[in-house]
Design a protein around this ligand. Structure first.
Ligand SMILES: C[S@@+](CC[C@H](N)C(=O)[O-])C[C@H]1O[C@@H](n2cnc3c(N)ncnc32)[C@H](O)[C@@H]1O
Length: 332
């Protein structure tokens, strides 16, 4: 498919790729369940990119705030980078409202450095890895005119009922698991599953002070439903046997896009890894954002998995190759 000349937007089904700085696109894109950031690594390779990983935090700061502003309580952010790039940016990511979940190591294997690993000259062990850190949105709920963390909101709502915390166990039909898991102040806190949340809300609204009802309401008019509560945390689905170390060779063979005999993009990510993280953190029809598209591997994976997607790419050549890839990807 030939992209019309000067075209700045390409759409196929529910996948959109736009040409330009993504920062300007976020407010118009549908809200994401998954954000896959594979942007600058501090190598000075793209327009406006810093040459120094130490400056990455400042570079990413405006994007991180926008992602927080336009995302959902169920959104997961996957942040790809070099180890040093991620280390330099981590505190800025947390400052923008994202909670750290896990760090995944992409191990490309020894073949990645074959013939290019003179450790005597390098004075270090050869590097065969990148990282993909997983963050979830810090969820806050309005309470008395302020936003409070979800975990604190649970305690504040129960306190409003006038009932002692020990009655949360009766509400859930357990000996002490509700106070120990869902209402604890220590670090061993658990998000109440929706069946427990519904039991707590029903009990509070039946036995709590009449004047304070409704309790555990997200809209101020009726208690939270199971469906609403499920969406108050990031989605996560995990197959047995997958760990935080992902052994996967760098992209090669038929998957590697080439322009003449040159690779089209130095940083093309494996489709399999993009599929892994999208499947782990979303359902069909959810929305995936790929703010730093390159060849838009995450958008291709999203399309394959029946998710909607929005990508931006600032380099015209990469934008055109990515749109061509998306329009024809079923063919390989
Ligand atoms: C590491 S590459 C992404 C590679 C991609 N994951 C793939 O598999 O092909 C980062 C891309 O982000 C683009 N980029 C950098 N800053 C951008 C911005 N502000 N808006 C849109 N794209 C940007 C660069 O031109 C580059 O192609």
């Amino acid at each position: 498919m030939q992209l019309p000349k000067n075209s700045t937007k390409f759409k196929r089904d529910k996948s959109v790729i736009e040409y330009g700085d993504s920062f300007g696109f976020y407010k118009a894109w549908d809200k994401p369940t998954v954000i896959i950031s594979d942007g600058p690594y501090g190598l000075g390779s793209f327009p406006g990119e810093t040459r120094n990983p130490d400056e990455l935090a400042n570079w990413y700061a405006p994007h991180l705030s926008e992602w927080f502003k336009h995302s959902l309580p169920s959104t997961t952010l996957w942040f790809w980078n070099s180890e040093l790039g991620w280390a330099s940016t981590h505190l800025e990511i947390v400052k923008a409202g994202w909670e750290f979940r896990n760090c995944h190591i992409w191990n490309k294997g020894i073949a990645h450095i074959a013939g290019n690993a003179n450790s005597k000259t390098l004075r270090k062990f050869p590097v065969t890895t990148e990282v993909c850190a997983q963050y979830v949105k810090r969820v806050e709920i309005p309470f008395n005119g302020n936003l409070v963390p979800l975990r604190e909101w649970l305690r504040l709502e129960w306190e409003r009922t006038g009932l002692p915390f020990s009655r949360t166990n009766e509400a859930c039909g357990v000996k002490n698991a509700a106070t120990r898991k869902y209402f604890t102040k220590d670090h061993m806190w658990y998000f109440p599953p929706s069946d427990a949340m519904i039991q707590l809300a029903e009990y509070a609204n039946k036995h709590g002070k009449r004047s304070g009802r409704p309790y555990f309401s997200l809209n101020g008019t009726k208690p939270v439903t199971a469906e609403e509560w499920e969406l108050m945390r990031a989605k996560f689905y995990c197959d047995i046997g997958i760990t935080n170390v992902w052994d996967e060779p760098a992209v090669r063979g038929i998957e590697r896009l080439k322009t003449s005999s040159e690779v089209s993009h130095m940083n093309q990510k494996p489709l399999r890894l993009m599929e892994l993280i999208i499947e782990a953190s979303s359902d069909a029809q959810d929305v995936v954002w790929e703010p730093f598209g390159g060849l838009c591997t995450a958008s291709i994976a999203a399309h394959k998995l029946k998710r909607a997607s929005f990508a931006g790419e600032i380099n015209r050549k990469f934008f055109e190759i990515a749109t061509e890839r998306l329009s024809s990807y079923d063919l390989f």
